[in-house]
Structures are given as C-alpha cells and as structure tokens.
Design a binder for this molecule. Structure first.
Ligand code: ZN
Length: 269
C-alpha cells in the first residue's frame, strides 16, 4: 500500500473538513431564509387570529354593557317580552266608556227614600243631607224636586239603549247625555237629578241653570256636601248637566268620585 504523506493526509482531512463545512454553509443560508419566512408568516397569522378573537370578545362585551346600562335600547324582543309580563298597561287608564267612569251599584239596604212616595232613593247619609237641604230651601221659597236618584244597572240599561233607539242616536251621541249601564254616578246612590218645582219645563234641560232652584243650589249646595258633577267643559267630556248633583260628604263618597278623578286626566283629555 502506498503511504500517503502526512501533509497530504492532513490536507485531505482539511479538505474533507472544508467540504463538510462548506456543505453546511451552502445549505444553511437557504434554510435560514425559508425558516425566517415561515416564522414571520406564522407570527403574522397567529397575531391576526389573536386580534380577531380579541375583537370578537370585546364586541360582545360592548353589547352586553349596552344592554345592561340602557334598558330602553336592547333588542325589541326584550321590550315586548317585558310588556307581555306586565299585568297592566304602563300608563294608568281609568275604566271608562265614552268618558263615563265605572261605578259599583249601591247595596239596596243602604238606600233611604228622598220623596214622599219612596220611589227615589239615595244612600242613607246622602238622603239625610238631601232632605235637610230640601227643607231649608223650601223655608226660603225654593222648591227642589228630586227627578232621579239611585239607579240599578238594569234601569240604566233601558235609559241608555232603549232611549238611544227611540231618539235615533248613535252610542257617542247618547253618551253625551246618558251614561252606559255600569258607568252612571246614579249607581252609587250618591247622585241626584234636581228640578225646580216652579219651573218643571226646565227639568233635565240646560235652561235649569236659569231657575231660582239652580241659583239657590249654586250658592248653598256645598253646605250639604252636594256639588255639580258635570259643570261646563268638565274633563270627562260629558255634556253640561246643571241638574245633576252628587253627594261628597263622607270618606266613601269622596273615594268613589275623587279616586277615579285623579287618574282620569290623561286618557280623557
Ligand atoms: Zn243624573
């Protein structure tokens, strides 16, 4: 075997090493560039995904915050659901028909006569005050005549519907001068229609306001706790009725008329 000189051997070793090195050196730059590109792309893709996820999260939290802070601005479905859950409408609307308010019928045992024949009645306290008022008026030459007092719902049924047909009136026309059944102050036993015994032609007419009886009532009725129910331009929109007076002289009558009155202003305007 031919012996290779040491220098050559070393040289060949060096060249072998050089080859190895150069091989690594030749491949690595390409790979580094590729890895750099891949790395940058990965970082870009990952950061983009992270940003998208963060945006989604922050958007939904904004929606939640808006919903919590501003109840009127959440989706309409929520509002309608809430409304459905409410037992009553948001605004107080008084039970009424064409401006007439609902009233309960007075118990018959609480009624007392205010006429000699006993046909016309009011609740005990109202009857007592009315009779006193009539007596005092008479002593001053004024004849107050009771035309109508307590009325059952069934009587009002006739007065509203039968008379409406007889007079060829539509419901709203009839309601201007008569309450629908269940909606008359006469059901309470506190209301009375009063005429002038010396001027019967003015009974239940606007002209009653020109009689001495009306003049006397206008000046004295509050002493007996009677007041006009439907003065001109009343908030209920009922025709002026100078003959129709109601008793407001105890807690029950006060509640009966004024509890409803306070609530009626908006819907009946
Ligand atoms: Zn009346």
């Amino acid at each position: 075997m031919e012996e290779i000189p040491t220098a050559l051997r070393d040289k060949s070793k060096q060249s072998k090493g050089k080859n190895k090195w150069s091989k690594r050196k030749n491949i690595s730059p390409d790979k580094i560039v590729i890895w750099l590109i891949v790395g940058l792309l990965t970082v870009f893709v990952v950061s983009t995904i992270v940003r998208l996820v963060e945006n989604n999260g922050s958007n939904s939290s904004v929606v939640v915050r808006e919903t919590e802070n501003n109840p009127p601005s959440p989706p309409k479905i929520d509002i309608s659901e809430n409304n459905n859950q409410l037992p009553e409408p948001p605004r107080e609307i008084v039970d009424n028909i064409l401006g007439h308010l609902a009233y309960e019928e007075a118990p018959l045992e609480e009624l007392r006569p205010i006429t000699a024949d006993g046909r016309i009645k009011l609740r005990a306290k109202a009857a007592e005050k009315y009779n006193q008022m009539v007596a005092d008026a008479r002593s001053q030459g004024i004849i107050l005549v009771a035309i109508s007092g307590f009325r059952a719902v069934s009587e009002q049924e006739y007065l509203f519907f039968e008379v409406k047909e007889q007079r060829n009136q539509i419901a709203s026309q009839r309601a201007e001068v008569s309450a629908p059944p269940g909606y008359s102050e006469h059901h309470t036993g506190y209301a009375v229609d009063i005429g002038d015994g010396n001027n019967p032609d003015s009974n239940l007419q606007e002209s009653f306001e020109n009689t001495p009886a009306y003049d006397w009532l206008d000046r004295n009725a509050p002493r007996y706790s009677f007041e006009l129910s439907f003065p001109r331009d009343n908030v209920q929109g009922i025709s002026y009725e100078p003959w129709h007076w109601r008793f407001v002289g105890d807690s029950h009558s006060l509640k009966t008329f004024y509890k409803a009155r306070e609530l009626q202003s908006n819907p009946l305007d």
